[in-house]
Design a protein around this ligand. Structure first.
Ligand SMILES: NC(=O)C1=CN([C@@H]2O[C@H](COP(=O)(O)OP(=O)(O)OC[C@H]3O[C@@H](n4cnc5c(N)ncnc54)[C@H](O)[C@@H]3O)[C@@H](O)[C@H]2O)C=CC1
Ligand SMILES: NCC(=O)COP(=O)(O)O
Length: 330
């Protein structure tokens, strides 16, 4: 069975709560062999509060993990106080979250787990801890030595991959180049082929209103995005566009495209989240192993209240298993 390491996320957020809720779901155990990497005492407290009956068992290395109904194994990583305030940015929580992800990356690189599934982290907390990465995506890229990665979001109706991710809009504009566009189009092509699609249909969203309206509303669509699409097509990739960003997701949802290349974070994530955060999964494309995550964040506004929905984490866990098994079969 595919083994997945689940990182606990920011302990001041909903990560520990949704992790214990997911592991307490009897439907989750049969689909995968998963264990948690993170601060064990935090997980134990979360289990007592939000999943009574779920037994937490501490392990010291991945090979000790055994799947059992009603039990969650945890590899204890990180230091946290018993009285960590919930719903607040904390350098301690950022540091513990980082150490868990780092540990999980190491296990995946050594082949001890097939995939990692990450509960949400808070980016300000990471920064407060002095962690030099904005989020998981950048950390995974650098620590695995992968130069060609991107954030991909998937739900049952849409897929999107981002040309730019965690940066200011001004910087995103500066980052847009023909080379970067082409790299992401080709990564989308390879990633969907790895998911079993022989010739994925890739729609590239424009940057400006109406994809620049023939140059009336900005030059990037004509001068950067269109040449990259032409190069991709010349390489045999079924890429089209630039399509107006306000309608391309509607067309993809109707089945016309398999994936939309989005130019910036919110262009890609708003359509996915609007369709329902519970079904969305964040996948890092281009890594040597599978990484998935829920498509929501730490939800500090409801942390510790017991009302967090674990659906997206469960979807992400199932996706981690499916993607790993698909990759192993090819
Ligand atoms: N995979 C990850 O590590 C991700 C981390 N983040 C980070 O999370 C932090 C907070 O981000 P926000 O923009 O506030 O988005 P958020 O997703 O944490 O919260 C947005 C709204 O959705 C609600 N919500 C989110 N997840 C929920 C769940 N499972 N059940 C019930 N309600 C839920 C929250 O209560 C809030 O009202 C930021 O630092 C952000 O960068 C955001 C997305 C993904
Ligand atoms: N909005 C998604 C997000 O910010 C997640 O980032 P990452 O931590 O997966 O890189």
């Amino acid at each position: 069975m595919t083994t997945v390491a689940v990182t606990l996320g920011d302990a001041a957020g909903i990560g520990p709560e949704i992790v214990v809720k997911a592991f307490a779901d009897p439907a989750i155990n049969p689909v995968c062999s998963a264990f948690v990497v993170g601060h064990a005492a935090t997980l134990e407290r979360a289990a007592q509060r939000f999943a009574p009956g779920l037994q937490v068992r501490r392990i010291t290395h991945a090979a000790q993990h055994r799947t059992a109904a009603g039990v969650v194994d945890v590899l204890d990583v990180g230091e946290l106080p018993d009285d960590l305030p919930m719903g607040q940015v904390s350098a301690l929580a950022g540091q513990a979250a980082f150490e868990a992800i780092d540990c999980a990356i190491g296990m995946a690189l050594r082949g001890e787990v097939a995939a990692i599934c990450t509960a949400p982290i808070h980016k300000e907390a990471l920064a407060a801890a002095g962690v030099p990465y904005p989020g998981h995506t950048e950390m995974l890229a650098e620590r695995t030595g992968s130069t060609d990665t991107a954030m991909m979001l998937v739900n049952p109706q849409l897929r999107t991959i981002l040309v730019t991710v965690h940066c200011a809009m001004r910087q995103a504009l500066e980052l847009l180049t023909v080379e970067r566009e082409l790299r992401i189009i080709l990564l989308a092509h390879r990633s969907l082929q790895a998911m079993g699609m022989a010739q994925p249909r890739i729609a590239v969203a424009g940057l400006n209103p109406h994809a620049g309206e023939g140059g009336l509303f900005g030059s990037e669509d004509l001068q950067i995005i269109a040449p990259a699409i032409a190069q991709a097509r010349a390489m045999g990739v079924d890429a089209s566009g630039p399509h107006p960003g306000d309608t391309v997701f509607m067309q993809a949802r109707r089945g016309r495209y398999d994936i939309v290349v989005a130019q910036y974070h919110d262009q890609g994530l708003i359509p996915i989240k609007l369709l329902g955060v519970e079904d969305g999964v964040n996948v890092t494309a281009g890594l040597p192993f599978v990484r998935t995550s829920p498509d929501h964040g730490t939800a500090f506004d409801i942390a510790g209240q017991g009302i967090a929905d674990a659906s997206s984490l469960k979807t992400a866990l199932r996706a981690a298993v499916q993607l790993s098994q698909g990759a192993a079969a090819r």
